[in-house]
Design a protein around this ligand. Structure first.
Ligand SMILES: Cc1cc2nc3c(=O)[nH]c(=O)nc-3n(C[C@H](O)[C@H](O)[C@H](O)COP(=O)(O)OP(=O)(O)OC[C@H]3O[C@@H](n4cnc5c(N)ncnc54)[C@H](O)[C@@H]3O)c2cc1C
Length: 484
């Protein structure tokens, strides 16, 4: 039988992706006792980090997690979460987050852009194939913009950024949430890896801590804390919540469903170009396009799935160009308590996909791809999100119906973001940490009464005078704008 460990903290944070790493860092920097629990391990610095083999080790189900409908989902299970695999792209949140859902993270976005030097890569670094796509799109009347990046040339020695970035960055140019994990630990946060949180302890409608299984069946860990922040990602968090009594979690999800449109060029392909260096957003029709092709090992796999028409086509990987489509998909399907996922495309999603695929095809042909070589790849999900939505199960301050239980990861998006998520996630967690730290601040001492100071009679003081008990402050209302 395994051991039973017990710990206590001011805050317990579950999951060390961008949502959890940021929350843990900010709270630890604020002087709080924080325990950060992560299901995976830290694979950085290992010889296999950033290789195809590595990806099999730190991707959930070796990268082959599928929805019931056969959509492939990719997510990282290690410290830093899926930022180990991300393309390093940054986008500010869409305006609707502030205007429609009253969640204003503008100041945190601005602060993070400065702190992490987020900026587009200089044009000479894009690579020729990427430049050709941007030029071709422009000739057709579509202005593609340089994509701001978490990837910074000055950090990578030597800068070596191509399609393989999605296996894990080996040159160091790409920021990952691991850096915030490191900073949290330096500020005193206790990081425990190999801990799969199973449920939140709730008593009388209030969170009291979490229970986790220690990897390898080594026992159980119980962390007691008055505030719990779930950041186990769009799949992990709803599963934990369902096991904690919130059965509505996981009902419906968004995925920014992704499809690659690829073609064979007469010139050099895109595999050595930094991924997603330029992008195009069509907010009216609900999709985003970016330059990107898969790492090479996935390419023969995709061709095999397409049937035996041209089995040796993968040999032309070096001449392949690609455009990735991200759809603003509607809320559908969901995640059940066993972690099984369903994600259907609605009629509207299919229309969007067709619209975007047509445009991507036209641009690739204009950029020099042979028309009969252009194909649309299988459906993918790299942004599982929207499973515990703001305005539905979460208040604007990210609190669940259980007091002291917050969710700060991609689960909380109220709609598909249809663009890179990480900058928004960092900003949301910074805002949450600021809110929690301000609540914890000791109240200012009441001023000494002086005879000359006339005392104002307010509704509250009147109540006190009558001896009636004071009501607790109302929870943040979802309909009122919440300031930064
Ligand atoms: C190939 C790829 C490319 C991408 N490119 C970009 C990009 O360029 N820009 C961008 O902004 N976004 C990109 N994304 C998306 C982005 O990486 C994710 O949306 C983001 O990382 C989600 O953050 P999160 O904190 O919600 O969850 P995650 O990053 O998934 O982190 C969740 C963490 O929780 C841990 N966990 C899960 N369950 C438990 C549990 N029960 N107990 C304890 N720990 C648990 C996991 O191991 C993980 O570390 C990409 C994603 C992929 C896969």
């Amino acid at each position: 039988m395994g051991t039973y460990l017990r710990k206590q903290a001011d805050y317990v944070v579950v999951g060390s992706g961008p949502g959890g790493a940021t929350a843990a860092r900010q709270l630890a920097l604020g002087g709080k006792k924080v325990i950060l629990l992560e299901r995976g391990k830290d694979h950085r610095g290992k010889w296999y980090y950033g290789t195809h083999l590595g990806c099999l080790i730190y991707c959930d189900k070796m990268g082959m997690q599928m929805t019931e409908e056969g959509l492939q989902i990719v997510r990282g299970i290690m410290t830093g979460g899926s930022t180990n695999l991300f393309c390093g792209c940054a986008s500010p949140p869409p305006a609707w987050l502030k205007n429609k859902y009253k969640v204003n993270v503008d100041s945190f976005v601005k602060q993070t852009i400065g702190e992490l030097n987020i900026a587009p890569l200089a044009r000479p670094l894009w690579g020729r194939a990427t430049q050709r796509v941007q030029e071709a799109a422009g000739e057709l009347g579509y202005e593609w913009e340089p994509q701001p990046k978490f990837t910074n040339v000055s950090r990578g020695e030597p800068f070596d950024c191509g399609a393989s970035c999605m296996l894990g960055c080996r040159c160091g140019a790409k920021w990952t949430a691991n850096e915030y994990v490191d900073e949290a630990v330096q500020a005193g946060c206790e990081l425990l890896t190999g801990m799969t949180v199973k449920e939140v302890l709730v008593s009388n409608g209030k969170a009291e801590g979490v229970v986790a299984a220690v990897a390898g069946g080594k026992g159980v860990l119980r962390v007691e804390a008055p505030t719990v922040i779930l950041a186990a990602g769009g799949i992990g968090s709803p599963v934990i919540l369902q096991h904690s009594g919130l059965s509505e979690a996981g009902r419906g999800m968004t995925m920014d469903t992704t499809v690659m449109v690829c073609g064979e060029s007469r010139n050099e392909g895109m595999h050595l170009d930094p991924p997603m260096a330029v992008s195009y957003c069509d907010d009216k029709n609900g999709y985003m396009l970016s330059t990107l092709i898969d790492p090479w090992l996935l390419y023969p796999l995709i061709h095999t799935l397409r049937g035996p028409r041209n089995p040796l086509r993968f040999l032309r990987y070096g001449r392949t160009m690609g455009i990735m489509i991200k759809l603003k998909d509607e809320i559908s399907g969901g995640v059940n308590m066993e972690g099984k996922i369903s994600k259907t495309l609605t009629e509207q999603d299919r229309w969007r996909l067709n619209h975007a695929s047509n445009l991507a095809r036209k641009i690739l042909i204009r950029a020099g791809c042979k028309p009969d070589s252009v194909f649309v790849g299988p459906l993918r999900g790299t942004h599982p999100s929207g499973t515990v939505r703001i305005g539905d199960l979460l208040s604007t301050q990210l609190e669940t119906p259980f007091k002291g239980l917050f969710v700060s990861d991609a689960s909380c998006f109220p709609e598909a973001l249809d663009r890179p998520t990480v900058l928004t996630l960092i900003a949301l967690s910074k805002r949450l940490a600021k809110h929690l730290l301000s609540k914890d601040k000791p109240k200012a001492k009441p001023r000494a009464k002086t005879k000359s100071a006339p005392r104002k009679t307010t509704a509250k003081t009147k109540k006190k005078a009558t001896g009636k008990t004071e009501q607790p402050a109302a929870a943040p209302s979802d309909s009122s704008p919440v300031e930064d």
